[in-house]
Design a protein around this ligand. Structure first.
Ligand SMILES: [Fe+2]
Length: 399
């Protein structure tokens, strides 16, 4: 009771802060060759020395080359920093900042998955705030707007191209820090499906389920407002409709385009709310077992929704009706149909029902940390340690 009351007071205070945050304003280019449109936009805005932030595999695949060539043709000198690794650390941001300084860059273009975009956002923010990225960890620490910042995502999942923050890990402890400020939303974004067709099926599945989790957690959040609801609902509809196609036919441009828009909408939805108990648990699985983020979300999503069905049942029922999964007037019944559709989608995408690395001896640590993280989020209701334990029990695979 006391925990619930404290949680309600905390959410009321935070909701007041969120209400006064400026709206997301950015330019969106979507469709084939939209990355070239973005290059023209960057040139028109006067940038002449661009730092491109990406990772080595993408550079080696030659994905960056056409964009660099386009920029060169427009009179923009590009320098590529390809040192981004998964779960980027502040040391990687430091390395990127050194390249930024030596190139005397006047803008940053992040090309890649969430790791590259988060690194690009932090480099651009540190460039105008004393070149001290560690001092940006936390909320609202980006006092001066970042150097002009642009993004081209090459996965359809994190929504980092439109979200108000970045996740950067401490270089020694590898504990993740949030660098969160509305000023970090890129000025312009290109969703170019031509860059997505080479994504392997397993990554398409995991990143797509990450986007679905963002949209569902936003839709059931106690902070969900009409704008968030529209973005979340659109994203959920598009992901259910297009993810199986993108998974089985990677080169299907139409499916790729719809999914990249869906991930973007899901990112906009969580800008108004936040993530929830699914992410609170998935983060711990990533921390303890290095389970890829989207995969961890996909596995625990149906179990966590079932656990909270007493609190989010009517919202899940509303989704079931909006997606024509159920016309039942019974919320509980319709909510269960929606959850069964999530399970069915996981099955189509060959996502396992549990984790082979999961050990009962870790349950205490994982459940405790998930409870703590969930207590800071606008969730439909708090989940306690024994509820997270029960979810973990369901994630054990038969040996
Ligand atoms: Fe996520």
């Amino acid at each position: 009771m006391l925990k619930t009351a404290i949680h309600k007071i905390y959410l009321t205070l935070m909701a007041t802060v969120v209400r006064f945050m400026p709206p997301d304003v950015f330019t969106l280019f979507a469709g084939e060759s939209s990355s070239k449109q973005l290059a023209r936009h960057i040139a028109n805005h006067g940038s002449r020395r661009l730092l491109i932030v990406s990772d080595k595999p993408l550079v080696d695949l030659g994905l960056i080359t056409p964009i660099v060539e386009e920029c060169k043709g427009l009179g923009i000198e590009c320098q590529v920093f390809d040192g981004v690794l998964p779960d980027p650390t502040f040391n990687i941001v430091d390395d990127g900042l050194e390249v930024f300084k030596s190139h005397n860059a006047d803008a940053v273009l992040a090309i890649g998955g969430g790791s590259s975009i988060d690194t690009g956002k932090t480099i651009a923010s540190a460039a105008t705030n004393g070149f001290e990225p560690r001092k940006l960890a936390g909320y609202f620490k980006v006092k001066i707007p970042p150097i002009p910042l642009y993004a081209i995502p090459t996965t359809s999942g994190t929504g980092s191209e439109v979200t108000k923050g970045a996740v950067i890990a401490d270089s020694d402890t590898h504990l993740k820090a949030y660098v969160a400020d509305p000023k970090m939303v890129p000025l312009a974004v290109a969703l170019d499906p031509g860059l997505l067709t080479g994504m392997p099926p397993a990554i398409t599945a995991a990143t797509g389920m990450d986007a679905l989790t963002h949209a569902i957690e936003a839709y059931i959040s106690v902070w969900c407002n009409p704008r968030c609801e529209r973005y979340a609902l659109s994203a959920i509809k598009m992901i259910f409709a297009q993810l199986p196609t993108a998974y089985s036919e990677g080169s299907n441009i139409a499916a790729r385009e719809q999914l990249s828009l869906a991930a973007c909408y899901a990112g906009l939805a969580i800008n108004d709310t936040n993530i929830g108990n699914v992410h609170a648990l998935a983060h711990q699985l990533g921390r303890v077992y290095s389970t890829p983020h989207g995969l961890a979300n996909a596995i625990v999503l149906p179990y966590v929704l079932e656990t909270m069905i007493d609190a989010c049942g009517p919202r899940l029922a509303s989704l079931a009706r909006e997606l024509s999964f159920s016309d039942s007037r019974d919320d509980n019944e319709a909510a269960k149909v929606f959850i069964s559709k999530v399970v069915e989608l996981n099955s189509i995408l060959n996502i396992p029902t549990g984790l082979d690395k999961l050990a009962r001896s870790d349950f205490g640590d994982i459940a405790k940390a998930a409870t703590k993280e969930g207590s800071l989020l606008p969730v439909p209701r708090l989940m306690n340690k024994s509820e997270f334990d029960s979810v973990l029990e369901r994630c054990l695979l038969p040996s």
